[in-house]
Design a protein around this ligand. Structure first.
Ligand code: SF4
Length: 444
């Protein structure tokens, strides 16, 4: 009898995932398809049969990072498949990196898989059971991103995301909740709810009801938050546009159903600049709302994002922003220097561009001011007890995050413990020391 033919090694794909957590979820979906078809993930481009680059096109700096990654993959491998936000405008990629096998926009899973099949044929007998029911996740086992919709209906003048990702498309609540349930069954302890516009969830579906378990659930922000809050894990809300109805979720935070954490990009505080950005709110109104939120949920942590150097921004506008940061006591803030991204309506407002050096100086002043605010808030936690989730366990201390800290973007807490901790454990920690961003303490 002839010896069976030696088993052909599985084809290997090297994967580069750039951009925001929403792009990361797109990468997870492609990787899940690849694994389901029997492809393996390669650690290096050189050791792969092809490379997939999931790009970001939000800012010019992000586009540069994407083009650098594509060129590196071309140099190290030669078979490169490009997808993601920058793929929505292929010309720039074709000019800057000729020779890629295919280019597709965000969420173009089918065309990516077709391009992969063309580059390296799928194995004859894929082992579907290679893939866990919740799909392949690129985050540690104990937390996961839950993308609830795609696209955005807003028209912020500095932003091209609606052009890249289209209008708002919400996933029916039942689908989102079934995915969340699978993740919780698989051991996830923290769900990070993401989209371009989380607060607008369901408006495109007129908040239609959708079946979940034994009940109908409205596809609506507050209804979804309430349902997710009943799954017994941490639920963290991201990318919240400051709509008035956001206030409703504070009650769920006060009841401990949803983490007292709001990732709400305000972008600026000066009424003149916000008007030119086509964004709502102003200094006073936002301060008043934040005071109300903090009354409802005293432990509330606010993360926000700001743009400095928007066309026409004066020193007085910028001063208002710094004053707002301090009065609002924003826990965590990220800031961008305004970039005149091709296609952004703000480029055609006819407002004076802010000098690049002045933009950089304002960015630095904002981050320094924010560091002082964060340091004051952190110092206020010394001697207090905070809840923390463990991310990594070291030989002597564990590293984790409090309810006020999202992965990758916020601070960490270093936890000493008499008992052995594991990743995903949620523990009470007495805070002993603090710096601007990180805390130290002892569990128990
Ligand atoms: S809400 Fe966000 S994604 Fe939508 S247009 Fe504004 S900045 Fe862009």
């Amino acid at each position: 009898m002839n010896a069976p033919a030696p088993e052909k090694p599985a084809p290997r794909i090297s994967f580069v995932s750039l951009g925001c957590p929403k792009a990361l979820v797109d990468s997870e979906r492609i990787v899940t398809r690849l694994r389901a078809e029997g492809y393996e993930l390669a650690k290096t481009h050189a050791g792969a049969d092809a490379v997939v680059v999931n790009t970001c096109g939000f800012l010019d700096s992000a586009k540069k990072e994407s083009l650098d990654a594509i060129r590196a993959a071309l140099a190290e491998n030669g078979k490169v498949i490009v997808t993601g936000c920058m793929g929505a405008e292929p010309d720039e990629i074709e000019r800057a990196a000729p020779g890629v096998l295919s280019i597709s926009g965000p969420q173009a899973y089918e065309s990516v898989m077709q391009a992969v099949h063309k580059a390296v044929a799928p194995p004859h007998d894929p082992f579907v059971d290679l893939v866990p029911e919740q799909g392949v996740k690129l985050t540690p086992r104990h937390y996961a991103y839950l993308k609830i919709s795609e696209g955005c209906n807003n028209t912020c003048s500095f932003c091209i995301i609606p052009k890249l990702r289209g209008r708002l498309v919400s996933r029916p609540a039942g689908d989102v909740l079934r995915e969340a349930e699978k993740l919780v069954r698989a051991g996830v302890k923290e769900l990070l709810v993401i989209s371009q516009d989380t607060g607008a969830y369901g408006v495109d579906l007129r908040y239609a009801q959708s079946q979940f378990a034994d009940r109908a659930v409205r596809t609506k922000f507050i209804d979804l938050a309430r349902e997710l809050g009943s799954l017994g894990v941490w639920v963290r809300l991201h990318y919240i546009y400051p709509y008035p109805h956001i206030d409703d979720v504070l009650e769920l935070m006060a009841d401990g159903k949803i983490l007292p954490y709001l990732d709400i990009p305000f972008q600026h505080a000066s009424p003149n600049v916000l008007r030119a950005m086509k964004r709502p709110g102003d200094h006073e109104t936002m301060l008043e709302r934040i005071r109300t939120w903090r009354k409802a949920a005293p432990d509330l942590a606010i993360r926000s994002t700001f743009i400095v150097g928007f066309p026409g921004e004066t020193e007085d506008d910028f001063r208002q922003l710094l004053d707002f940061l301090s009065e609002a006591r924003i826990d965590r803030a990220g800031a961008f220097e305004y970039e005149p991204v091709a296609g952004a309506p703000a480029n055609d407002l006819g407002l004076a561009a802010v000098d690049p050096d002045l933009k950089k100086a304002r960015w630095k002043r904002l981050m320094e001011a924010q560091q002082k605010v964060s340091a004051r808030i952190s110092q206020g936690k010394v001697g207090k007890r905070v809840r923390a989730i463990v991310d990594e366990v070291g030989p002597s201390v564990a590293k984790g995050r409090t309810t006020a800290d999202a992965p990758q973007i916020d601070g960490t807490i270093h936890i000493a413990s008499h008992r052995r901790l594991r990743a995903g454990d949620i523990v009470d920690v007495r805070v002993e020391r603090a710096d601007a961003y990180d805390l130290q303490g002892t569990a128990g």
